[in-house]
Write a protein that binds this ligand. Structure first.
Ligand code: TEU
Ligand code: CA
Length: 560
């Protein structure tokens, strides 16, 4: 287990479209980000993960790239981007860019050529197949509803798109395509970036026969994940990519890997295998989904969350490295999902922050999480913009006549636009995000929840995050300490210890809105205790043998 800068870092994700608009067109942009770097410096973060800013028709808000080496017009120019990188590095903040190479946009020059003719030199940059019995080549479902295949009249064949039909999958079996990707990565690495977040990177190796999958009861298409997640050549491709690109720089990579298990993540993040430094896995954000997938709501149980995090903490404790997140631009807001955004918003936001920052791994902060921003409930589907939401609504309500309120409720709980409402800067119109009309409406609670109020209030979620980040820099135990669960069966409290060089961090988190009694296990011994982090007022001399924790109370003690 070596010491690395990216293990000690706290990483902040910016979704540029919703962060800060500088020119009044209602769309966030690069100059807007530059204007907020001092805010991020004050927060204390070390790295920014910037969601895609490349040329894109924005069918999936930049995750459909039409030119990997140009900046999206709406976000600014390459000169603006160079300025951003320079201004970040001046403040000691590193930049990791989003690498989206499982698919491109259908407006990419490669695809425009590829679809022209079967013998076009770019044909095999994508995955084309003949139909079968007058239907799609197989029965896979797109993540964004419907078939994962689109018929193309010009050449009478179908192309694969695991996401929207404007996001054709790239063919990684083609060494020429792989070379193009590596050259593009080196183009950005040469500019001085500090690494990549790699979009659905464990989807790039498909089972070559692209076989049919099992269609669940009542569905028309099949989730094909068994045949494109963690596929037969994935480790070969990641090792080749590493060798051809990032291995030549002191940079980090985090691979987004839906469907990756702990065992697979150990292979992906084992430092001796030179694949990725860490992964975003999805098991904890699938715990509140039923058999019908994310929109099939299921109550989350603390026992499931605790068991899952413990599995990952122990699984990667010696080999590999965890990324730690509870939300991002694809997930609902964490205080609404895992905390309580009604009665205990501030307390539960702080408790969840304590959780993420005292586990072993690299913590990620998604823009607005540090303010305790919440989910949103727009009145009608017309206020939503996300292609995943809109496609699901059309399929369920328009095409299959499902109950509108039931579908809207699933959007309120799980929709990606929950995380994409504009960053709330102050109490002025549109929360100070734009002087124009925002591309997506601002959450109406911005007058109460905004950065200006938070930075001025020493008791805010913002300053609680600042403190956590500072403690991390001063206490290696938070980064490198071991993890051991205690109270494995408590109904409301999640408690664990971290141990490092004779120190012990005792962490107790009340995940409920009820008072809950913590009793110190007899095998946790100490001679000296010091209150380390807490989200309620606590007197230092209070005994820790038995504590009645308040709703969503978090307490951390340093024991010796
Ligand atoms: O997400 C991959 C992915 O699987 C997510 O789409 C997630 O499963 C789903 O959104 C949960 O509802 C990446 C990007 O983060 C996402 O924004 C893109 O839409 C997607 O890939 C395609 O690039
Ligand atoms: Ca703008």
């Amino acid at each position: 287990m070596t010491k690395q800068w990216w293990k000690e870092a706290v990483i902040y994700q910016i979704y540029p479209r919703s962060f800060k608009d500088s020119n009044g067109d209602g769309i966030g942009d690069i100059n807007g980000i530059i204007s907020k770097l001092d805010y991020l410096k004050e927060l204390g973060i070390d790295v920014i993960w910037l969601s895609p800013v490349y040329q894109s028709p924005n069918d999936d808000n930049g995750y459909d790239i039409s030119d990997y080496r140009a900046i999206m017009d709406e976000f600014g120019t390459m000169a603006d981007w160079e300025m951003l990188l320079d201004e970040m590095h001046k403040r000691g903040i590193k930049l990791i860019m989003d690498l989206v190479v499982n698919h491109s946009s259908d407006e990419h020059a490669w695809f425009m050529d590829s679809r022209k003719a079967k013998d076009n030199p770019y044909r095999d940059y994508y995955i084309w197949r003949e139909g079968k019995d007058g239907k799609e080549p197989n029965n896979w479902e797109s993540v964004f509803s419907g078939s994962a295949w689109e018929y193309d009249e010009a050449t009478g064949e179908y192309f694969l798109h695991l996401f929207s039909k404007k996001q054709p999958d790239l063919n990684w079996e083609n060494p020429k395509l792989r070379r193009e990707v590596y050259d593009m990565m080196n183009y950005w690495l040469e500019k001085g970036i500090d690494g990549f977040r790699m979009d659905v990177i464990n989807f790039i190796s498909k089972v070559p026969e692209l076989p049919d999958a099992r269609i669940p009861e009542g569905k028309q298409y099949a989730p094909g994940g068994d045949y494109f997640m963690n596929g037969p050549r994935i480790h070969e491709f990641l090792q080749e990519m590493n060798k051809e690109t990032v291995s030549q720089y002191d940079v980090m990579t985090v691979g987004e890997m839906p469907g990756a298990s702990v065992e697979e993540a150990k292979l992906y993040t084992d430092e001796n295998r030179h694949e990725t430094n860490m992964v975003f896995q999805f098991e904890h954000v699938d715990l509140d989904a039923g058999p019908g997938g994310k929109w099939d709501l299921r109550p989350l149980k603390l026992a499931d969350l605790r068991d899952n995090f413990t599995k990952w903490q122990k699984g990667l404790e010696e080999i590999g490295w965890n990324s730690l997140y509870l939300n991002n631009h694809d997930q609902p807001r964490m205080v609404s999902r895992f905390g309580n955004d009604k009665t205990y918003r501030v307390e539960s936001a702080k408790m969840l922050a304590t959780f993420l920052h005292t586990l072993k791994g690299t913590p990620y902060i998604y823009q607005g999480e540090e303010l305790g921003m919440t989910n949103v409930r727009f009145d009608t589907i017309d206020d939503y913009r996300d292609i995943e939401i809109l496609n699901m609504y059309r399929e369920k309500v328009i095409e299959n006549g499902e109950d509108v309120q039931k579908v809207m409720e699933s959007i309120y709980v799980k929709g990606r636009d929950n995380a994409r409402t504009p960053m709330q800067w102050d109490e002025s119109e549109h929360a100070g995000f734009t002087t124009g009309t925002p591309w997506l409406k601002v959450n109406p609670n911005f007058k109460e929840i905004n950065a200006k109020r938070a930075t001025a209030d020493s008791n805010s979620v913002f300053h609680y995050y600042r403190n956590l980040i500072q403690l991390r820099k001063q206490n290696p135990i938070m980064v490198y300490g071991s993890y051991d669960l205690i109270l494995p069966d408590h109904e409301q409290i999640y408690a664990y210890v971290r141990r490092y060089e004779g120190q012990t961090l005792l962490v107790m988190l009340n995940f409920s809105s009820e008072k809950s009694v913590f009793e110190l296990p007899t095998d946790v011994s100490y001679v000296d205790k010091k209150l380390f982090i807490h989200n309620y007022e606590v007197s230092d001399d209070e005994s820790i043998e038995k504590i009645e924790l308040k709703p969503y109370e978090a307490r951390v003690y340093m024991l010796k």
